[in-house]
Design a binder for this molecule. Sequence first.
Ligand code: ATP
Length: 940
Amino acid sequence: MFKSVADRLGFPHSSTSSSSLSSHHSSGTSSPASSTTSDRTSSQPTGHHHRTSIFSSTPSPRSPSRQQQQHPSSQHSKYSSSVTTASQHHPPTLRSITPGVQGVPRRAFGSTTSSTTAAGGTSTPTPKPVLPPLTFNGRDSNLAFSVASAGGVNTDDLLSTRQAENVTVTVRVRPFSVTELRVTGGPTDVWAVDEAERVRYADEYTMRDRRAPVEYTYDHALTGSDNELIYNTSVKSLVQSAMEGYNGTVFAYGQTSSGKTYTMSGTERQPGITPRAVEDVFKYIRENSEREFLLRVSYLEIYNESIRDLLSPEAIDLRIHEDRRRGVYVSPLKEEIVTTPSQVMRIIQRGDCKHYCNDAWQKGWICELPEVIESRERAPTAPRSPTGGRRLSFGLKSPSAVRVSQLNLIDLAGSEKASSDVERRKEGAFINKSLLTLGTVISKLTDDKGSHIPYRDSKLTRILQSSLSGNARVSVICTISPSFLNVDESHNTLKFAARVKKVVTKAHTNQVMDDKALLEKYRREISELKAQLLLTLADSGSGGGYGGGGEGDGSGPGGLDKGKHAELSHLLERERMKHEEEMIEMNLVRNALKERIDHLTKLILTSQSINNKPTGNTPSGGAPGSSSTATSSAAATLGRYTVETTADGGVMEFPREIESRLARKDTIVRQLQSQLEVQQEKVMLMKNALQRTAKGEIVDIEKTLAKVEMESEPREKFLIEKRASIMSTSNLNWQDGARGDKTLVSSPDGTRTEDDNASILLPDGDRLAIEDDDDDNDLLDTPWNRAELISLRQAKRELEIVVIEQEKKLEEVVSFEDSDDFRNLVLEMEEQREKILAMEEEREGFKTLITELRNSIRRLELRPAGTGAAAPATSSPPTSPSANATTTTTSASRVKELEALLQKEHRQRMEEQARSMGRIASLEAEVTILRAEQSVRELE
Ligand SMILES: Nc1ncnc2c1ncn2[C@@H]1O[C@H](COP(=O)(O)OP(=O)(O)OP(=O)(O)O)[C@@H](O)[C@H]1O
């Protein structure tokens, strides 16, 4: 994360930018073929190529950092003047660590002989066994050339591949902080660093704490606060390679407060890697006149495994995509075309603001600043036309391929374990997930040849996939604290650094021939516009003879009578007016064409155009004729545009004003839609709950509603997805040509324009007028933006229709409650309820009757045959057994008959009752739903 770098840097005010790269850089800035050839011919098995190309005058390869620092060209860097002191130049002799002074590089134990490794151009001994370097993408470690499959054959179309090289690893031990000194009572160094780029436990510490000695060797091991030194040793050549077409990734890894941000962003007095890299990018363009460039910058953060676009307030939880051409990339991600270093710093500042607004207190983020660099060979100067003017040479030269590379500058989250509070623990889980996966991926890349590499297990590793899997030069800066308070975390960082050092990559240039390269797209558009401009010029030239001899005709020989003459003059006048109107129109068209050509041309950077910009970055100032007013208006124009990558890898350009207006509208519609969704969800929930109640279940509606409120997060996610799908596939029935009173007409250039009385057909047959309530029309005047704006408007309108429909439904519900139908329903329900009560009473009566009858039957059956004694109380005459039996049978059959009758009747009653209950339940449910909907609406 780049903490308020721009703030601290005062970037735009810098007066000079010459840094140590400048005087040595020509050897490394030729075409890819030549640069790679220089790699090859450097014949250094140690892989010194990139360093030698930049630091070619460095006398000793052993300690380039120090040499670099001593080089006169580094002395006049705009950053270094106020900071670099004599004490920062490391003497070649041994000295013990100077404790506790920030800003002073410290070196410790003895100088040892250095040996060479296969890794990344360093001259370091390798005390640990180095595994054979892995190769990726099926390539071996030889320098390879291949011809781009697309496009004409010229040297520019050759794809070059760098030699396989290890990730460059730099360990930086920062000075003691005040807190550390206070807590530990003084500066006791744990780590010693030497000129052979080794880091080990300081002798003092090993003796005192009885630690087993450890020792690691890296490409660079640095102490102190000199950010120029670390940039020059670890990153500068990678930035240059990025400009030459190779992807480059730099990331800072280490425990919280170990100095990652200090290293990446720096301070005003010690600008870090990011501002220095930005400065070098523009410097490279200035010094390379044979190529033209287009730069796009985006800024994203990963927080809790979710990717946010720091340049676009709306964009959260971005997706990662992959395709064969672009590799792995995040989309839709806002990219801004930049033409000066200060623009980039302003972008960082904007992103930082957003980042701090969101998560000022949080520590789990990872920030990435990807910069896309497109470049290609400049077309030869167009020949002069016979009249001396410059001939427009569009379409004459077959276009060369555009090289596309990406420079990623990444500030990782603290690598330590999460702390205790709940949010931090949750966050920590993600930090661990991203950083642990990074560790696993690195281990698998180096130890576990051929096994599955779990790039997809975290967002960080997925984003870094292209880089780690081979097609990039990678430089990792591992930062550690000098104090024993952090010794274990520092040791973990050192172990990580040792592992990552074994990763081998083999970057190659990536070339694009189609419109996916913005540079190509713009160049093509410029050619087309110039052709159109020529046509309009030709038209106006040939249109001059419309009535040139008109006056003469009217007063010609033979003479015309007065009436005829007046008529002719009138005709002539009309013709003249018509012609003038046409000329005005044509001028407007021409101006629009020129403005667009101008705009596109300014976006494409060349050494000349960049030197002409009085940004404070060029020592020489502007070229003759480049007025500051013109440049500031150009800057204003440039600032109006942003581009966005789409999921299919295409790029879209938006004027920023339109974009921000649409974003505002979008927010409103989104809020509306989200309210609506909440409401719909509540109603659905109420319906379900009531249906369940009607079935006899016990449902706590309040509780369920509360639950819905709690579960708003997935709903929001759903909304975002829904919105995105609507935005991407706006599928209203918009058609070319007339359709009722709503039309979208295709203009000859293929763009679509909106008819004056456009409207959308609503489902009920009404029409919703589409009028431009925000005066966007002044921004619509460029056909290039019209189509995008219209499709965004459609999406907005579609959402508005949804809102309108829902409102209507609710209104219907409310009016129904006031209607007679509703009251009748309630009355009917009451009647049914009373009926049920009556039937229940009746049923109870029948039940009692049946029970009594059953009892009397039983009594009769139990009475023993012929035993009058069974009924001593009765005074009736004794009856014969047969008579008794007959009586019993008769009454039993009577009872059975009665019983059957009752049962039948009971069944009928039950059926009737069930019907009534069902009806009541449904009526009750209906009423309650209506009431619920009403109350929900009132709540809102
Ligand atoms: N090499 C250095 N020289 C001088 N000061 C340093 C150096 N490294 C870090 N610091 C200081 O130490 C403090 C912590 O550093 P920094 O914020 O860069 O840590 P960090 O690793 O980025 O932490 P976090 O993970 O919290 O972002 C800052 O005040 C910074 O200025």
